[in-house]
Design a protein around this ligand. Structure first.
Ligand code: GCB
Length: 597
């Protein structure tokens, strides 16, 4: 009796604001699984007062919009209708989908009706690539679970909850910014809300491979190793791992927890920017085979250099936001990711910093295919509440989801855990815990974070962050010549950099309005930005750094950028305008990188 009451309350009253209810452990390798897409037109209701959630006493209402009610007769009172509401193509941010929602922060309810015919003895999972920021998910009127964090995937098991024929999903999405969330209220990017990545139903047998890891064994070039995690009832079902191109096939039997580890002797061709070789790897259990494409490579930090496959490499980087070329908004398809990455390649980059949050899986996979090394980060940005346990847990969840999704992307070489966070005891504790957490989940990548500089005098900066000791790569953002002096200041700098770890300049640059020309001393002209880049690269030539990442590949929308006629809501530090036109500074970088080994 008691239990069913609790259950009923759960159905009606999910706890808003409580992170991650009822999640199923993240299923990986989604692009190579059997899925049913729920992308397409969804009905939506913009709910400024949360009428669809609370009653007039501000108590969660059991008559919320998740019920998708329709009047039963002509006198019935129902004060909403998904049917008669507007439609939005999903995945997409609502700001760029509906002009009325450009600045909107709050709740939108989405509904999708679809026909489905579940098969007996199969399991089904509802998978979201990302929803910004908080999602409450309901299937056929029943609360399924919730998730917080706008840039990472999550899934719920819905076996037995899908009906024969018509089903409907309702998602309450809220992108309101809060001080204690990750990111916090203050960011230099647009708070695009909505269901911004794919929505899928994943179909799997009763026992299936939920997750796996495969890579070259640490320190070896002739051994591949990893693990596989089964989920289901027959956890000791044998698994075959087959890499036809290497002529290798082995079988393993998991332990009673469904986990199997494996080693195999093989000497694969190594993945590198010059030769982004990917191997087809097949994992099979009874009646089901799953493919994945794998990049085998080694990455290390030795002294002040980064080594790829045993050879030092200069990281010719560029920062990128998850924004679509030629239109304002988040991109949500591989073609748009490809366009951005092609520009990075054209600039002679071999490395991309995917700022300031985990990007769409399409981006990561596309970069790997194209031979671009990747820095991937979580939105622990600026003034996060470092004193809150919930905020730390939230950051850990997002970190875990990022690493779980992408650990088999050999192109990723750096997990970055924070950007420009001010040093304090609480911040140091918070970030140290994140570093430990990242290493526990995946100790095969380099760990970094964009740190702040200290000045001995205006021309003598150094890095004194206490966390220098626990990261593998020291990174910092430098705006000498833009926020700090004029471009000519670059020539006068005496950098005091550590030489026992690689140093990456994770950001530098300045703004220019594409097509605005003038004197090189006139701010916002392409000539000013060009001069800033000329002076910056001359300065880097005198510094011993392992890589550089100009900020940023393309202009991006930001509510902090208010200067009329120049910014108009855009951060103009792009080397390329939001219309896809290259500014003069682009060619300074392109030429400088061309001459870099
Ligand atoms: C930074 C931030 C980046 C900003 C940039 C700027 O240091 O990391 O998010 O957009 O400066 O343009 O000021």
């Amino acid at each position: 009796m008691k239990r069913s009451l609790v259950f009923l309350l759960m159905i009606w009253f999910p706890v808003i604001g409580k992170a991650n209810q009822n999640l199923f452990p993240l299923i990986t390798n989604i692009p190579h699984r059997e899925t049913f897409s729920l992308n397409g037109d969804w009905d939506y209701i913009v709910d400024r007062y949360e009428t669809g959630y609370y009653d007039y006493r501000l108590r969660p209402s059991k008559w919320g919009f998740f019920r998708d009610q329709k009047p039963r007769n002509q006198s019935d009172l129902v004060e909403y209708s998904f049917e008669d509401s507007k439609k939005m193509f999903i995945p997409r941010d609502w700001n760029s989908s509906d002009p009325e929602l450009n600045f909107y922060e709050g709740t939108v309810w989405f509904r999708k009706s679809f026909d489905f015919y579940p098969v007996n003895n199969e399991r089904y999972f509802l998978y979201f690539g990302a929803v910004n920021y908080e999602a409450l998910v309901y299937l056929n009127g029943q609360f399924i679970g919730s998730h917080k964090g706008g840039f990472t995937p999550f899934n719920f098991e819905v076996t037995g909850k899908l009906k024969e024929g018509q089903n409907y999903i309702v998602v309450k999405v809220d992108n309101t910014r809060h001080k204690d969330e990750v990111p916090t209220v203050n960011t230099d990017w647009w708070n695009y809300g909505g269901i911004t990545r794919d929505v899928l139903i994943v179909k799997e047998p009763e026992t299936f491979i939920r997750d796996f890891s495969i890579a070259l064994t640490e320190g070896k070039y002739n051994e591949i190793s990893g693990w596989i995690q089964l989920d289901g009832i027959n956890l000791q079902t044998p698994i075959t791992i087959d890499i036809p191109e290497l002529n290798k096939k082995i079988s393993v039997t998991p332990d009673e927890t469904g986990r199997a580890t494996f080693f195999l002797k093989a000497k694969p061709v190594l993945w590198s920017p010059q030769n982004p070789k990917l191997y087809d790897v097949y994992f099979s259990t009874v009646g089901k085979t799953m493919k994945e494409k794998i990049a085998f490579r080694h990455i290390e930090a030795i002294g002040n250099q980064v080594f790829l496959n045993g050879k030092p490499i200069f990281l010719r980087g560029v920062c990128i936001h998850e924004e679509a070329p030629y239109r304002a908004g988040r991109f949500s398809n591989p073609a748009e990711a490809h366009t951005l990455l092609s520009w990075a390649k054209e600039m002679n980059a071999n490395f991309v910093r995917l700022a300031h949050y985990p990007h769409n899986e399409y981006m990561v996979r596309e970069a790997e295919k194209m031979g671009l090394l990747i820095w991937s980060e979580i939105p622990v940005y600026w003034t996060i509440n470092f004193t809150s346990k919930e905020t730390l847990q939230n950051a850990k969840n997002q970190l875990e989801e990022m690493i779980t999704r992408d650990k088999n992307r050999g192109a990723i070489i750096i997990w970055s855990l924070a950007n420009e966070t001010p040093v304090s005891e609480e911040r140091n504790q918070f970030l140290s815990q994140l570093v430990m957490h990242a290493r526990n989940i995946d100790n095969t990548r380099l760990i970094s974070m964009a740190m702040e500089k200290d000045y001995h005098d205006p021309f003598t900066p150094s890095i004194k962050d206490p966390l220098m000791n626990i990261v593998d790569v020291i990174s910092f953002n430098s705006y000498i010549g833009w926020y700090d002096g004029l471009p000519e200041k670059c020539a006068k700098m005496n950098w005091l950099l550590p030489d026992d770890k690689p140093v990456i300049i994770s950001e530098f640059g300045g703004g220019a309005k594409q097509g605005f020309h003038g004197d090189k001393n006139q701010r916002w002209t392409e000539e000013f930005q060009e001069e800033l880049y000329i002076q910056s690269v001359a300065m880097f030539d005198k510094m011993n750094v392992a890589g550089t990442c100009p900020w940023i590949l393309m202009d991006f929308k930001s509510p902090r950028r208010l200067l009329p006629k120049i910014q108009d809501g855009w951060n103009r530090k792009g080397l390329i305008s939001n219309d896809g036109i290259k500014k003069k500074a682009f060619f300074i970088m392109k030429n400088w990188y061309e001459d870099k080994p």
